[in-house]
Design a protein around this ligand. Structure first.
Ligand code: G6P
Length: 500
């Protein structure tokens, strides 16, 4: 593998950086050209966008896996970011990534929506790989650097890193929910995972309830005790909770847990929503579907947490009851391929595709299709065109850390039209309170909400959309990363926070 384009092989693996992001995935994807050559392209997605300005301002590096098993890639530079690849073998991918991360932690942290599997071999691999990430980070972090670790795949990194490098400041952000202690307690390695996280100075969660769940679990299952911290003379509020870790040991430190709801790059989505080519494409999509009165849209990774089956069931019943007809309504379901080697994801795909076939078989006419199902990923331009084409956006997740699709949809609706049906079990529901909020398990409630959204009056729709747009525009992803990093630096300056 070689790096081209605006990338250059650094050949200076001994360089150190003041700011280091650590994530399972790198912020770049390898793209193979027609002539067989390869280059790196910036990955789409909020986290990469959010951290780009921070990377530019600081002397920043990103430590992560490059996505190809059994390949070692030398550190290189891409734009303003120094890339430090961590290698994973085929076995690591199977045990640490597909196994422990995505078949143990993922279902456990999403309210056991699927049954988590507990295997000691997976745990051993998770530990080994977390250590590899911590060691790679310890090598590239400058003295006193700030390190920001991302997500559930790397929960042991904060403590491991603190043990090797007590001089660095460590933040951690959990992008997915943190479950109630009653569910978390099923994990055979619960104490080690909590202690891993407690190595951080600041732990960020999507919702206040996630931060609270973590603190309850830590108090119950580890030796940490609750503590009070005063930051810049301001006493702590209920929003943030502090824990004293390892009291009495020289490594004792305070760990603060707090909610920092992640968001999107509103500037990018809004600009695309106003781009004439994208607006044209939206018109074309509607035309190709035969200009139905109502287009409903679902956009998800094909994941069992997203409530795609519940959504299809509600839509099918609305057609069967005659509340909607294929002449007037069409559901577009984009389901992007995800974790396809994990059993539960394979089974889900078969089930969803079977259900779509069943609905279309029952309700299609020669000229109309009930559900347009697309098992693809699309570039952001096409996504925004779909948002513009859709009258009703359906976000019916059974559990979701945040759900950025909901935020993208409202951002794209520049003329304040459209309606959002949003599951109350998403982090986004804490902020987008003017959506048609639903409990997706309640199929009758879901059907009523979909009908209400399809028949909402223009003024009511505009009032709701205006208020949700205001929320997202004042809380974008740059605000998210700035808030987290400012808090982290305030905490490390706070008196008594650091125990030398
Ligand atoms: C969620 C997780 C991310 C993960 C993404 C895609 O958003 O919070 O950490 O990267 O899903 O999943 P994948 O397994 O493809 O990385």
């Amino acid at each position: 593998m070689h790096a081209e384009d605006n990338s250059s092989t650094a050949g200076e693996s001994s360089r150190q950086f003041d700011f280091v992001v650590v994530a399972n995935r790198l912020p770049v994807d390898r793209v193979v050209d027609d002539d067989g050559g390869a280059h790196w392209r910036r990955s789409p997605g909020g986290l990469v966008t959010a951290l780009a300005p921070v990377m530019q301002g600081a002397d920043g590096a990103w430590v992560g896996w490059h996505g190809a098993p059994d390949e070692t890639v030398e550190p290189f530079t891409h734009g303003d970011t120094d890339i430090v690849p961590v290698a994973l073998s085929t076995e690591d991918v199977e045990l640490y990534y597909e196994g422990f991360s995505n078949a143990t932690l993922w279902p456990l942290y999403h309210d056991v929506t699927a049954r988590p599997e507990f295997h000691r071999t997976w745990w051993d691999s998770y530990r080994r790989v977390n250590r590899r990430f911590a060691e790679a980070t310890a090598k590239v972090a400058a003295p006193g650097a700030t390190v920001w670790v991302q997500d559930y795949q790397l929960q042991l990194v904060p403590r491991l890193l603190r043990q090797i490098r007590p001089d660095v400041t460590i933040g951690f952000f959990n992008h997915i929910p943190f479950p109630p202690p009653e569910i978390f307690a099923q994990l055979p390695w619960r104490r080690e995972v909590l202690e891993g996280l407690l190595g951080a100075d600041l732990l960020g969660f999507q919702r206040t309830s996630d931060a609270r769940n973590f603190v309850r679990a830590a108090l119950r299952l580890t030796g940490a005790s609750s503590a009070r911290v005063t930051v810049e003379g301001k006493p702590q509020t209920g929003k943030s909770q502090s824990l004293m870790v390892d009291p009495g040991l020289p490594t004792a430190h305070l760990c603060v847990a707090e909610a920092f709801p992640i968001s999107i790059d509103v500037g990018q989505i809004e600009a695309l929503a106003k781009d004439p080519a994208v607006v044209d494409r939206a018109r074309q999509i509607r035309h190709e579907l035969g200009n139905p009165r109502t287009i409903l849209l679902g956009v998800d990774r094909l994941d069992y947490t997203k409530g795609i089956r519940h959504r299809l069931k509600a839509f099918e019943e609305l057609l069967a009851d005659g509340d909607l007809t294929v002449e007037e309504a069409c559901l577009i379901q984009v389901a992007s391929p995800s974790r396809e080697r994990v059993d539960q994801y394979r089974r889900l795909r078969e089930e969803i595709e079977g259900t779509v076939g069943h609905i279309n078989g029952a309700f299609d006419t020669l000229g109309r299709t009930a559900v347009r199902y697309l098992h693809h990923s699309y570039p952001v331009e096409e996504m925004v065109a779909l948002y513009l084409a859709a009258d009703v956006m359906l976000v019916t997740a059974l559990r979701d850390g945040m759900n950025l699709v909901a935020k993208e949809y409202v951002t794209a609706r520049v003329d304040n039209t459209g309606a959002l049906v949003l599951s109350e079990f998403t982090g986004a529901a804490d902020q987008l309170k003017q959506a048609f909020l639903v409990n997706p398990h309640d199929i009758d409630g879901l059907k009523s909400a979909i009908l209400a959204a399809t028949t909402v009056s223009r003024p009511d729709a505009a009032r709701r959309m205006r208020s949700m747009r205001r929320q997202v525009f004042t809380h974008d992803v740059q605000g998210w990363s700035t808030a987290f990093l400012d808090r982290l630096s305030d905490l490390t300056r706070a008196e008594g926070h650091r125990h030398e």
